[in-house]
Design a protein around this ligand. Structure first.
Ligand code: XMP
Length: 326
């Protein structure tokens, strides 16, 4: 019968049989799927696995530490971190078009990940070892839809074997192929993956890059990161995480509005709260959050983030609006 423990036992055996003594690579995005897939492979073949995290500087507050510190402490994986924050900022300088942002972030991500793969292959080669496998957090719904559907426009679609350069051909290890999201979470918990990662709500691959309406700069990222952290903290404190599919916080960097803060008038930026309820992100409704929670979030953001003088609530369903603003 189905238990997380049985799934782990079966997959550990299957991974050992598939991989043998070869070395394995996995990209860790910070999301649930790649984290649980990596933890399973680590359980099966230990140090034969090397994980790579590309720090593109577009994560929310605390998320990089969750991967680099908490996930590593909990699972013991070998992790290589590429600090590429400057590279992504330069590539995004002056860009405001949403699809162009996505393309740039996707392109740079692949380049960095391929560099990292080449380094790992070269290091292994120096020890007479071969890197033969790439781990992917493909889930059952991805398999049946084949193509991944919405939200999968990240590593999953880019790193199917056929799309890799000639010197980087790997066989895929996909230990989550038979599982639904809830099952992946149960397996992750059983493996001791930190709860913040296991229960994480959906977050787009391009990260905060597509939650800044306007240019992605270090300054705008800092403002948005602080506002987003407050909103998430208050929603969690109010016990609302289970009710909300996700709640993007969007910085309208291109918009200014007049406010009065402290001693005088300000000309700051608005942020938008976009809480949505959904089953699968294909359609969504705006979540009727309690007024007192909205009030606390608004007060705290405008008090604690000097650059923001207005908090607005998005009350549009999907369709016609998408969940994200870009
Ligand atoms: P939309 O905005 O299209 O979002 O209603 C549907 C779901 O997909 C996520 N999303 C993305 N995920 N790369 C991703 O990995 C993307 O470029 C991307 N755009 C949107 C969004 O957060 C929501 O869960």
């Amino acid at each position: 019968d189905w238990t997380p423990g049985n799934v782990i036992a079966d997959q550990v055996a299957a991974i050992k049989a598939q991989v043998g003594d070869a070395r394995v690579i996995c990209a860790l995005s910070g999301g649930v799927d790649s984290a649980v897939a990596a933890a399973l492979v680590q359980r099966a073949v230990g140090d034969q696995l090397t994980c790579v995290h590309v720090d593109h500087g577009l994560m929310r507050e605390g998320e990089v530490e969750q991967i680099e510190r908490d996930f590593v402490a909990a699972t013991g994986v070998n992790l290589v971190v590429r600090d590429e924050r400057e590279r992504f900022l330069s590539a995004l300088a002056g860009v405001t078009d949403p699809e162009t942002k996505r393309k740039i972030i996707g392109r740079e991500f692949i380049r960095v990940f391929e560099d990292a793969q080449r380094d790992i292959v070269a290091q292994a080669g120096a020890h007479g070892e071969e890197v033969k496998f790439l781990v992917q957090g493909t889930l059952y719904p991805d398999v049946v839809e084949s193509g991944g559907g919405e939200g999968a426009a990240n590593i999953k679609s880019h790193h199917n074997v056929g799309g890799l350069p000639d010197d980087l051909t790997f066989e895929l290890v996909e230990p989550l192929r038979a599982l639904f999201k809830d099952e992946v979470r149960a397996v992750g918990r059983e493996l001791g993956v930190p709860e913040e990662i296991v229960s994480r709500q959906p977050f787009p691959g391009p990260g905060l890059g597509i939650r800044i309406i306007g240019e992605v700069t270090a300054h705008n990222l800092d403002i948005l990161r602080r506002a987003d952290a407050i909103a998430r903290e208050e929603l969690t404190a109010a016990g609302l995480d289970g009710e909300i599919w996700q709640c993007p916080v969007v910085l309208l960097a291109d918009v200014r509005s007049v406010g009065v803060q402290g001693d005088g008038r300000t000309y700051g930026h608005p942020v938008v709260l976009r809480p949505v309820s959904s089953e699968d992100a294909m359609t969504a409704d705006w979540t009727r959050l309690p007024y007192d929670v909205l009030a606390t979030i608004s007060t705290r953001i405008t008090n604690e983030v000097r650059e923001i003088n207005r908090v607005v609530l998005d009350v549009t369903s999907k369709p016609p609006a998408t969940i994200e603003w870009e």
